[in-house]
Ligand binder design. Structure first.
Ligand SMILES: [Zn+2]
Length: 187
């Protein structure tokens, strides 16, 4: 399908949502998996990951040399990227809500966190044995339509990226010998 993005969002991750609802409706299969790979809070240029109107927190760091910025400027730019991510997730949920005949879920998970100058560390990518929690404690956000499966009632359980695969298998109703119920977030 042709990309027909219009507006300011097209230069940012909002472009990923172009025609989302239409593309799902145009799909002839009865199960649809959409993977959106955003770059919102991936360093170093946090301040260029969101349209200017999402610049809620000011002043911001505009340098790739993160050490040249104050921690406040860095945190502000990072937080603005979170404001924009929050907006994008809201948009996705609103689109999915319109698809009333579908059982839907949105699973949002990061690949890593970011160090913002704590102990003079920046960005991400330290080996897990040395990495501070800022680099590996990541969000895992799930939204479900009213008619879909429920989450397992274990709100304090620590989830990881390993849960995504098994949960998606279950949600789409696939049977597989590699499926592990322990790594499934759904009931
Ligand atoms: Zn990344």
């Amino acid at each position: 399908m042709k990309v027909a993005c219009k507006g300011e969002d097209c230069n940012y991750d909002g472009v990923l949502l172009t025609n989302l609802e239409k593309e799902i409706l145009a799909c002839k299969e009865n199960k649809v998996l959409v993977v959106l790979h955003t770059s919102t809070s991936h360093g170093p240029l946090y301040s260029q990951k969101y349209p200017p109107k999402f610049g809620t927190f000011q002043p911001v760091c505009n340098s790739v040399e993160l050490g040249n910025c104050s921690q406040e400027e860095l945190v502000n730019a990072y937080n603005n990227s979170i404001v924009y991510t929050d907006f994008l997730l809201h948009q996705i949920i609103e689109e999915l809500k319109k698809l009333k005949d579908y059982k839907s879920t949105m699973i949002f998970v990061s690949d890593h966190g970011e160090s913002l100058g704590e102990n003079n560390l920046y960005m991400h990518g330290l080996p897990i044995s040395m990495a501070p929690k800022e680099q590996y404690e990541i969000p895992f956000i799930v939204w479900l339509s009213g008619n879909a499966e429920r989450l397992k009632p274990k709100p304090d359980e620590v989830l990881s990226q390993y849960h995504v695969f098994h949960s998606v298998l279950h949600f789409l109703g696939f049977k597989s010998p590699v499926y592990d119920k322990a790594l499934d977030i759904f009931q």
